[in-house]
Design a protein around this ligand. Structure first.
Ligand SMILES: [Zn+2]
Length: 504
């Protein structure tokens, strides 16, 4: 098993470099089990499934590379991975199965769909008889190329994502069944639509209903597994789609299931429009003593989880311009400002310029600030998603501007987790307004204590309002650019394994 996982944002002005991936984590094969067994991640789930269901199997690990979301990855990153993976695979042939942990929405400077290219390379090496199973995020872009070379494609069924481990587990368990000779047929139906990520989740509404429908299909025995992919909307690719993948005991059932989920998703497309408010409308609410607190202002446009640079001070700028006296908290990526605060030290005052560290179009502020604290930037997520996973955000400080506390970090991670504030002395429940730079992931933790959650119409490379984004390559024949009832639901099947056969 091996991992190569990042979510790309085509609109970010910053490329993802090998250095950024090193910060996320690059594990050599001998480090994988010790680092990830039992951890709430896909590889952790794969390891567990193999221990539960194939205790006698000989398991070999490959390189694991993971990075926080970011701009398009430099090709050197993918080359680095393949240079390691290829000899690792060649050294342990023949293989019965390969488990690949991907995100699914990675883009490199050379490949729109690097996951398909990697899978193609893996297939070339391991041959036709080997079962290749991939674990992905439900925001992945699934292509016909990937379907051609992977036997099983399995994705998250929750958003906010809380089933990383379970998805890895499902992937490995299905792969074991296929290796044992079980008939598992996969059908894939592309759906010509993308919608704002903040507009759907599995806690409520039409997307939850769709997932529940899929689960019922599994419970009734009609299908074995399903994933509904909502391609994340910050990918500007020459081809793109949302899609449904269904695994069933026979092709007819897989096709019928995938078509049914695809039709239901497309039929609900108008229900995924986000309800956005202006920054000032949200500040007005937070200033109103009758509004339950804290008010969570969702600045998803600058979400690092969605690959944005995290360097926008758009909300902070409005708070300062208005002279608002509410207790507010925000977080920003600005390595120079963080380093400056460390140099000045706790208790110092200076005029700080904060924001626009990476994106030349981002909003920054210039104001006198007070250095409340300085930190090494390491914290453990409280979860529920990824509980206990360690995040590192580099040189970090908390600067106070009037009544606004700002976590300033070298690079941001764990955006949806309250520890991004709590670990640095900011208790969100004691604030009137808290800026959260995430789309939906934050709901898993914040819903419990938020007075009100408001999605803001903010600028940035992960803007919730898709019309703010400059799509140049994605075909405009898809929704929302083209809105028609008359679409086709073409069914494509995975590899025909009846000719190659599984083997025990
Ligand atoms: Zn996702």
């Amino acid at each position: 098993m091996t991992e190569f996982r990042q979510e790309s944002n085509s609109f970010s002005p910053v490329r993802s470099t090998l250095e950024q991936w090193r910060q996320g984590g690059i594990l050599d094969p001998e480090q994988v089990h010790e680092s990830l067994a039992g951890k709430p991640c896909a590889i952790g789930g794969m390891i567990q499934a193999l221990e539960d269901h194939a205790a006698d199997a000989e398991v070999v690990h490959g390189t694991v590379m993971f990075s926080q979301s970011g701009g398009i990855a430099e090709q050197a990153v993918m080359d680095h991975y393949l240079e390691r993976l290829v000899p690792q695979l060649e050294a342990c042939l023949p293989l019965d199965g390969v488990l690949l942990s991907f995100h699914g929405a990675l883009q490199t400077t050379e490949f729109d769909d690097p996951e398909a290219e990697i899978t193609r390379r893996v297939r070339e090496i391991v041959g036709d008889r080997c079962v290749i199973a991939t674990s992905t995020d439900l925001h992945g872009y699934i292509s016909q190329d990937l379907v051609r070379d992977a036997d099983l494609i399995v994705g998250y069924q929750t958003y906010p994502h809380v089933d990383f481990f379970e998805t890895g587990y499902r992937t490995a368990k299905l792969a074991l069944e296929a290796i044992a000779g079980g008939t598992l047929e996969m059908a894939w139906v592309p759906i010509p639509m993308i919608v704002s990520a903040s507009a759907y989740n599995t806690l409520e509404g039409p997307f939850r209903d769709l997932i529940e429908h899929g689960r019922a299909m599994v419970d009734e025995g009609r299908i074995i597994d399903f994933t509904v992919y909502q391609m994340q909307p910050w990918l500007d690719l020459a081809e793109g789609n949302s899609s449904a993948v269904v695994i069933a005991a026979d092709r007819e059932s897989a096709a019928a299931g995938a078509r049914e989920l695809a039709q239901r998703l497309y039929a609900a497309r108008h229900e995924f429009t986000p309800n956005l408010m202006s920054i000032d409308e949200i500040i007005d609410l937070a200033e109103d003593p009758d509004t339950p607190k804290p008010v969570i202002l969702v600045d998803s446009a600058d979400s690092c989880n969605a690959g944005a640079p995290g360097d926008s001070m758009a909300v902070a700028a409005r708070l300062l311009e208005r002279g608002s006296e509410i207790r507010a908290a925000t977080v920003v990526n600005d390595p120079a400002a963080a380093a400056e605060a460390h140099r000045i030290g706790i208790g110092g005052r200076a005029t700080f310029e904060v924001g626009r560290a990476h994106d030349p179009n981002a909003v920054s502020i210039k104001a006198e600030g007070y250095v409340r604290s300085v930190h090494d930037g390491e914290f453990a997520q409280e979860g529920p998603a990824g509980r206990g996973m360690i995040n590192r955000i580099g040189t970090t400080t908390v600067l106070r501007f009037g009544t606004l506390d700002t976590v300033v970090c070298e690079w941001m991670a764990g955006n949806g987790d309250p520890q991004l504030y709590r670990a640095f002395g900011i208790e969100p429940t004691l604030y009137d307004l808290v800026v959260v730079k995430a789309n939906t992931s934050f709901r898993a933790a914040y819903t419990k204590f938020a007075g009100l959650i408001c999605e803001a119409d903010t600028p940035g490379s992960a803007a919730a309002d898709l019309s703010r984004l400059d799509f140049r390559r994605l075909p405009k024949s898809m929704y929302p650019w083209t809105d028609t009832e008359e679409i086709e639901y073409p069914v494509h099947f995975g590899r025909d394994r009846s000719t190659t056969g599984g083997r025990a």
